[in-house]
Design a protein around this ligand. Sequence first.
Ligand SMILES: O=C(CO)[C@@H](O)[C@H](O)COP(=O)(O)O
Length: 223
Amino acid sequence: MYQLCPSILSADFNRLGEQIKILENEGVQWLHIDVMDGDFVPSISFGMPVIKSIRKESKMFFDVHLMVTEPERYIQDFVNCGADSITVHAEACEDLERTIERIKDAGVKVGVSIKPATPVNDISHMLEDVDMVLVMTVQPGFGGQKYMDECTEKIQELRELIDKENLDVDIEVDGGINEGTLETVMKAGANIFVAGSWVFGGDIAENVRHIQKEIEEISDRIE
Ligand SMILES: O=C(CO)[C@@H](O)[C@H](O)COP(=O)(O)O
């Protein structure tokens, strides 16, 4: 199942609710929510109050990506404010296995993310324990960066491992996903596409329609 997952990091925060409504009206089901702490990544984005507020008006699947050091401290807070899935960074956890267990125990889906320099090997032993692997295809911290070509091989490697074991694990890609890179990541085996500037730059409804069409056409071509 392919999913476009717009990243609200590129939204106009003065019109956030309105822009999320546009996505929903266009049939987008997933919303990517980047939480940054200024420690694990250099930038600070937003936290629980924003998520709690948009949750009141939205039925979308809230895909919360915690770019924070020791995310285990905040699992219950993010569940309470409306996360449907929580993704943590392998590099940010003191005890990744325990953090994943805690997320599952909190009753939401769980994802593990790796930065561009982190090998698939670091998380391959825990594929059975997660719902999703998020492959960062830029250095986490900012929207609008260029896709790092060297990440394509990691997506392929993961797809092979997941298919070989017949696992039900999504591969999400995040960073620099646009007209020029979508086909590459789809061919490599990703099925959830985070896009910030591609969705929010210009006419959001028109962009979403165009991207959904692209996804459909590429999937017809490669399957
Ligand atoms: O997590 C991040 C950046 O750290 C991403 O979610 C970006 O927000 C994606 O933005 P684009 O590369 O699509 O503009």
